[in-house]
Design a binder for this molecule. Structure first.
Ligand code: TRP
Length: 351
């Protein structure tokens, strides 16, 4: 009996350098996944998906491919391991063909009702491109381009931030439909979400995002991090350090929960904060922010050092290795899918 095939495919849009939200929401899971040598990981630099919202700034997408690759290496993704592949989305032609095939098993109404798309449409404006509207189908092609055959034991895992779950539900539904209507080509994917699915921005308001100006970047200098933390939103009704506060609605605590190496101490701070004062002990927002600034800088320091080292690496070579591996698998998957859809005219495509 042959061994089960277990793969991970996940990705990020290349629309700029990465921030703490990417780390907490997704990268922690990716770092965990790569540790298992029997789990082959494909980390996708989604430059085509970036184009669906940034077609007016292609040069930014190109530069971001470099930024994101550097960030990935700086946080410790180990591209040199045999089970780890960095894949440049636009350089896998079979993936585009899979999108073409899959788009015919997807109903337009399904594209329109996806809640993440609905949310994103608000910022895209009233006249989204066709590319934007179908990016969830395109993302399903990303995932299934490395699909193992649909046999029990085989796995296709997709570790992501919580906002991606609707996309994965759609992708599962479409794979099942394809398998039912044609042949069991795709292993329906399984999503994985971390304990902090999405990190709130420094404004305490919405999800962390560079374009909203509420993000702490993995590449920010210590001074910038301190400045951003000291300017963070806290409870405006808390005038005195002894006023009872609400730690659940204070993003400083959210970040401490995610990054402070001493969670017991943070629980204690929360109790004091909630009560205002316990046995004459109180805690000020400024104190908490100072602690957070130092916790974040301690966390980011090794990442900064690593980035200094990896900027000298041969990025093209690194992406070439992973992309070649993805192409090899994607070509096979595409052959199976073409056969299943009665499009397997192999003899015709000889050069
Ligand atoms: N949509 C994802 C994001 O915005 C990026 C992405 C592209 C992705 N292709 C993927 C995620 C495939 C998981 C699987 O971050």
């Amino acid at each position: 009996m042959s061994e089960a095939v277990r793969r991970v495919l996940t990705g990020m849009r290349t629309t700029g350098a990465l921030h703490l939200g990417h780390y907490v929401g997704a990268l922690t899971l990716w770092l965990e996944a790569q540790k298992d040598p029997n789990l082959e990981c494909f980390f996708l630099l989604a430059d085509l998906q970036a184009l669906t919202t940034h077609a007016d700034r292609p040069e930014l997408i190109r530069d971001s491919v470099r930024q994101v690759t550097l960030d990935w290496m700086a946080v410790g993704l180990e591209y040199w391991k045999p089970n780890v592949n960095f894949v440049l989305q636009s350089q896998v032609p079979a993936r585009g063909m899979l999108f073409h095939l899959l788009s015919n098993v997807v109903r337009w109404s399904e594209v329109e009702r996806n809640p993440t798309i609905k949310e994103e449409l608000k910022s895209v404006g009233g006249n989204p491109s066709a590319g934007f509207m179908v990016y969830v189908v395109d993302q399903a092609a990303d995932i299934y381009m490395v699909s193992p055959p649909n046999k029990s034991g085989n796995q296709l895992l997709v570790p992501v931030g919580a906002d991606q779950l609707p996309h994965l539900n759609d992708a599962r539904m479409w794979a099942r439909r394809f398998n039912r209507d044609y042949a069991p080509v795709f292993r329906p994917c399984e999503g994985q979400v971390g304990k902090v699915g999405r990190l709130v921005g420094t404004d305490g308001d919405s999800k962390m995002s560079k374009s909203l100006g509420n993000a702490i970047m993995l590449s920010d200098t210590p001074e910038v991090v301190t400045e951003k933390v000291m300017g963070m939103f806290t409870d405006p009704n808390r005038i005195h350090r002894t006023s009872p506060g609400d730690p659940e609605n204070n993003p400083v605590f959210t970040y401490l929960d995610a990054f402070d190496p001493d969670p017991e101490q943070i629980q204690e701070f929360k109790s004091i904060y909630r009560a205002g004062e316990i046995n004459g002990v109180s805690i000020g927002d400024v104190e908490l922010k100072r602690r957070l600034a130092s916790v974040l800088n301690d966390f980011l320091n090794p990442i900064r050092e690593k980035r200094h080292e990896v900027v000298r690496y041969d990025l093209e070579g690194i992406l070439q290795k992973g992309t070649a591996r993805a192409n090899g698998i994607a070509n096979e998957v595409l052959d199976r899918a073409m056969e299943a859809m009665h499009l397997g005219f192999k003899g015709v495509n000889k050069q």
